[in-house]
Ligand binder design. Structure first.
Ligand SMILES: [Zn+2]
Ligand SMILES: [Zn+2]
Length: 128
């Protein structure tokens, strides 16, 4: 029974994340899940988010001095964080992760396993 409930919670969280491009925080996800599962706790949402991350079903974006954002898109992509409104956006770029790794390996003596690249500035709405 507990297992079934767990699965339902996890599925709901997954669906919410897959259906948004807004990279919500755990608090925002909690508010959304509560509409469908009113008795769910924030701790349960966190537990499921951690589990989904371990299963590589979702991605977590961590920023210093800010809450973690969650992403239903797990393929490699870059993010932009607005310094004004704090929203996180996906960047649709032609540069591929592997290209960046290769570039660094070609120009240094380091062997690259992974990298992190984040962009900050003003989003289109905040530029107005
Ligand atoms: Zn903005
Ligand atoms: Zn994203």
């Amino acid at each position: 029974m507990a297992k079934t409930r767990m699965t339902k919670q996890r599925k709901t969280i997954m669906r919410i994340l897959k259906n948004t491009a807004s990279h919500p925080t755990a608090d925002t996800i909690y508010e959304e899940v509560k509409k469908e599962i009113p008795n769910i706790s924030l701790g349960t949402v966190y537990r499921n988010l951690n589990l989904l991350e371990e299963m590589n079903e979702i991605m977590v974006i961590n920023y210093t001095n800010a809450q973690s954002h969650y992403d239903g898109v797990t393929k490699n992509h870059y993010h932009f964080r607005c310094n004004n409104c704090g929203k996180v956006f996906d960047l649709d770029l032609d540069i591929l992760d592997e290209d960046v790794d290769k570039y660094v390996e070609k120009n240094t003596n380091f062997q690259i396993d992974e990298h992190r690249l984040e962009f900050y500035g003003l989003c289109p709405a905040c530029q107005k």
